[in-house]
Design a protein around this ligand. Structure first.
Ligand code: NAD
Length: 358
């Protein structure tokens, strides 16, 4: 097959980690008989420098001509001060998610066996294994609801953020989560705050209705405060977690911490039609940019997610994940995951070793 990939390399370490991920993609192409055509798309701080806007006109249209988008990271201290939204790198991130209709954010948090000792939890907890996937609703809820600020006669200024969810929004993310659970260990935890919030009561009602269509998936409700606690007490109990935007934002960061390094975790944002967007969860790491120090694994594993979820090529995805594990099992480490006294390798060498496994 021939696939068209949009590359948004972005800022800081973005170009370095995307560079290694592209070489891995090409190695997969040779091994499995695919070809990839790449289109470079300027977005973020580099676009502000080039054309005065972080999200140049036509960005979404250019992405829509491709089968998937691979993003490095955008932003950095150089562009952090502008009050003009067009000149803020985050504007580009929110805009592209909205314009491509990417309502489901998939964030796996898996403790790679070779790095079990990087887990900050108790050894007996880590030994049970952690392999969960958070499915976060990405385009609704309180982050997108009406915002207001107004004076009151006797209580000073007041502010409000509206949290709203429709049945349709809950159903489409719920279906994604049930379908994913079917491909994994068939367990789904739906996280809400139904004892307090009306949006959560509607959420629960829709999820329960969907559960009847997926009798092979064991579905449970978990209150968000309990979910936060269970993630550090016994994360091995979770397979797929589905939740609304703000709860997902917080829980997915918590989950990423328990697996060790930010340099290892990939993510996918998908909607009902192509292209999906794949990116590491880390930022542009300006402190190490251009020094051959960045860990490219999160971006390389994002490519594995692209193969699995956009192209339905699970063999290719597995080959990448196995290659990463083999390199880590052999003891190779970039600086972010090296223990004191261990020799660290650079971005290019890590990429080369992973390709050699393919
Ligand atoms: P960051 O993730 O860039 O860096 C946090 C720390 O982790 C730094 O010490 C960094 O060196 C390290 N780190 C991150 N990725 C690494 C990797 N692959 N290998 C080794 N070490 C790595 O977060 P930050 O410092 O808060 O943000 C820096 C910039 O990135 C900001 O401008 C922020 O807005 C932006 N950002 C962008 C995205 C995105 O593009 N999706 C996400 C988060 C932050």
């Amino acid at each position: 097959m021939n696939y068209k990939i949009a590359l948004i390399k972005g800022d800081g370490i973005g170009p370095e980690v995307v560079g290694e991920a592209v070489k891995v993609m090409d190695a997969i192409g040779v091994k499995f008989g695919h070809t990839f055509a790449y289109t470079d798309i300027l977005m973020g701080g580099c676009a502000i420098d080039a054309v005065g806007k972080s999200y140049p006109d036509g960005t979404a249209e250019a992405c829509k001509t491709c089968d998937a988008v691979l993003l490095g990271a955008v932003g950095g201290p150089k562009w952090g001060h502008s009050t003009n939204p067009d000149q803020r790198p985050e504007t580009a991130l929110l805009s592209i998610r909205k314009d491509l209709g990417l309502y489901a954010n998939l964030r796996p948090a898996a403790l790679r066996p070779a790095l079990a000792d990087a887990c900050p939890l108790k050894k007996e907890t880590a030994d049970k294994g952690i392999d969960l996937m958070i499915v976060r609703e990405l385009t609704g809820g309180v982050y997108f609801g009406k915002k207001d600020r107004y004076p009151t006669p006797d209580r000073g200024e007041e502010a409000s953020d509206l949290m709203a969810y429709s049945e349709q929004e809950i159903e489409r993310i719920g279906r994604r989560a049930f379908e994913l659970a079917r491909l994994r260990r068939k367990k789904l935890a739906s996280v809400d705050k139904a004892n307090v919030l009306e949006t959560s009561r509607l959420w629960r009602q829709v999820i329960h209705r969907l559960a009847q269509e997926y009798p092979d998936v064991a579905c449970e409700d978990v209150l968000v405060d309990n979910a936060a606690m269970q993630l550090v007490r016994d994360p091995g109990q979770f397979d797929v977690i589905v939740t609304e935007n703000m709860f997902g934002d917080i829980l997915s960061d918590e989950a990423s911490m328990i697996t060790g390094s930010i340099g290892l975790l990939p993510s996918a944002s998908i909607g009902d039609r192509a292209p999906g967007l794949y990116e590491p969860i880390h930022g542009s790491a300006p402190d190490i940019a251009g020094q051959d120090k960045a860990n490219p694994i999160a971006t390389i594993l994002s490519v594995a997610m692209m193969f699995r979820y956009s192209f339905h090529l699970s063999g290719e995805a597995q080959a990448i994940e196995d290659a990463v594990d083999a390199v880590l099992n052999a003891g190779w480490r970039t600086a972010d995951i090296a223990k004191p006294g261990e020799t660290a390798i650079g971005t290019l060498k890590m990429g080369e070793l992973i390709r050699a496994q393919l």
